[in-house]
Design a protein around this ligand. Structure first.
Ligand SMILES: O=P(O)(O)OC[C@H]1O[C@H](OP(=O)(O)O)[C@H](O)[C@@H]1O
Ligand SMILES: Nc1ccnc(=O)[nH]1
Length: 507
């Protein structure tokens, strides 16, 4: 059917058809159509939206991303036909039924993710099917390679390139803000790309954004790393493994991180930045992504195997993930805590120990520290102030204020103290519930939202002592978080009655 183009400034990959024309074409909302420009012969695929009034019969409203390929002018005539479903949907269905992806099928799916050929619902189905049925090592390798091949790669002339990544899952895990400057200050190159929060309340990219811009093209990431020794940027803004962020965007609302996709997500970014030596942090503990050490070891083996297949040396650290790292959760609070340590604070121990241990492993792998001495060497770099100087240089090269101080970063103005209901010891700090609370308070989008934990696991508290404080930038968000906190009970003090179940509940 021939229709006249009306360009519409809408950011999705669709077209708007009058319902009468849609009926004639035998398409409904969400179906795909093919557009062919009569004069230029250029084509583009789009999803259909329909309207009874905004677009009249005989006209097709073409959204911006569609016209990026069609390049038609207002009033141009295009042939519009219903289009076939992409073949990758057949492959996704196969995984839903418990099948295995082949190499070619994986490439096809990932290309369609990158080109926005798959809709949001279809990508969600892909992620969910992989989450339920898992991916074996071959499938993970195909996925990692497909993610690398559909994006740009950095090529450094100086090696080794060191990199570090955490699988996430433990709140407050701001260690990259310490590890990257320690490694760069030791004379190594570390082009760190991070994702935003996936299952948490602040990913490293969300944290770094408090200090400086994190959106850079791949060429800039390489240039800045060569100059400053390290960077901390958002992987989603680069064209490095571009499928990754599109997949993560559909994991975030579900708060899932499908195991095979997680390994590929991390290892594709490491491969694409030309890494030789990689440290993977696997937090282990209840209510994290890895519940026990056995499972952690299995996951570590998979990371190491994929690393071998892709030519990288990988070492994994199973780390304590049972409760948050440090005392803070949420962008401003976490960055403030990390800067305090760079500025010389000797607390919190969990944050300092974890950061120097992992940085130490990297220094040993790169030959900058003797075996068994890495953590001590890393601690020296931290204590000497060289890591702080390096962090300032990294902030500056990314366009932030290098003179920023920990005290400049303040949490939101609305706050609420959650107090101990009785005397006793804190016996549980539930990661998932704390993250839920921080998200309700506005994290990670509101940088000032989050939690400050006063009493960590094992701490003795008296009735009425504050256990943690919830911060928010907006009053209604604080109220929501308090309400949710009451239902979730993220903290348990020894001897506390968690729930009272009356007899009549069962009748
Ligand atoms: O939101 P959850 O799932 O907890 O974790 C996601 C975070 O974990 C990784 O941390 P890093 O980049 O190694 O510091 C990711 O890049 C991201 O920042
Ligand atoms: N799935 C992922 C987990 C942690 N970090 C990532 O970049 N991706």
């Amino acid at each position: 059917m021939k229709l006249n183009v009306k360009l519409l400034d809408i950011a999705s990959r669709g077209v708007l058809l009058n319902s009468t024309d849609a009926r004639t074409l035998r398409v409904r909302d969400g179906d795909r159509v093919l557009l062919i420009d009569e004069v230029t012969g250029r084509t583009a695929q789009a999803y259909v939206d329909t309207t009874d009034s905004i677009i009249e019969p005989g006209v097709v409203g073409v959204y911006k991303p569609v016209n990026a390929t069609l390049a038609a002018g207002d009033g141009a005539t295009v042939e519009v036909r219903s289009a076939d479903r992409p073949r990758s949907l057949v492959h996704i269905k196969k995984k839903m039924d418990g099948g295995r992806f082949t190499k070619d099928e994986t490439v096809e799916v990932i290309k369609d993710v990158v080109d926005d050929t798959l809709s949001a619902g279809e990508i969600s189905a892909y992620v969910t099917a992989s989450y339920i049925h898992g991916l074996d090592l071959d499938e993970i390798e195909y996925l990692t390679r497909a993610m690398v091949d559909t994006g740009e790669r950095l090529r450094f002339t100086r090696h080794p390139i060191v990199d570090k990544h955490s699988i996430g899952g433990v709140p407050g895990n701001k260690i990259s803000l310490l590890i990257v400057p320690i490694i760069a200050a030791s004379g190594l190159l570390i082009p760190k790309t991070s994702s935003r929060a996936i299952t948490g309340a602040g990913g490293t990219a969300d944290l770094m954004e408090v200090l400086a811009p994190v959106d850079f093209p791949a060429s800039e990431v390489q240039r800045m790393t060569e100059k400053a020794g390290g960077v901390i940027v958002w992987g989603g803004a680069t064209n490095i493994a571009p499928a990754d962020d599109k997949i993560i965007a559909h994991e975030y609302p579900l708060r899932i991180d499908a195991r095979g996709q997680m390994i590929a997500s991390v290892m594709a970014k490491k491969t694409a930045v030309d890494a030789d030596l990689v440290i993977i942090d696997i937090p282990v503990g209840r209510n994290t992504k890895v519940e026990d050490v056995q499972d952690g070891r299995k996951l570590a083996r998979e990371f190491i195997d994929i690393g071998e297949r892709l030519g990288m040396r990988v070492e994994c650290a199973l780390s304590y993930g049972e409760s948050p790292v440090g005392h803070t959760i949420g962008p401003n609070l976490e960055v403030r805590e990390a800067l305090t340590v760079l500025e010389g604070a000797t607390e919190p121990n969990s944050l300092i120990q974890k950061s120097i241990s992992l940085a130490g492993m990297a220094l040993e792998m790169a030959g900058k520290a003797a075996p068994g001495q890495g953590a001590e060497v890393a601690a020296d770099v931290l204590r000497s102030g060289k890591a702080l100087d390096k962090m300032r240089q990294i902030i500056e090269i990314q366009g932030g204020d290098p003179n920023v101080k920990a005290e400049d970063l303040q949490p939101g103005e609305y706050k609420f103290d959650v107090r101990a209901p009785q005397d006793g010891y804190v016996i549980e700090l539930n990661n998932r519930s704390l993250v839920t609370l921080a998200r309700f308070a506005g994290s990670p989008y509101d940088h000032g939202a989050g939690l400050y934990i006063h009493a960590k696991k094992g701490k003795r508290v008296k009735k009425g002592d504050p256990i943690f404080t919830i911060y928010a930038e907006r009053e209604w968000r604080l109220s929501r978080a308090i309400e949710v906190g009451r239902a979730l009970m993220p903290v348990v003090v020894e001897g506390m009655v968690i729930e009272r179940i009356p007899q009549d509940r069962w009748v």
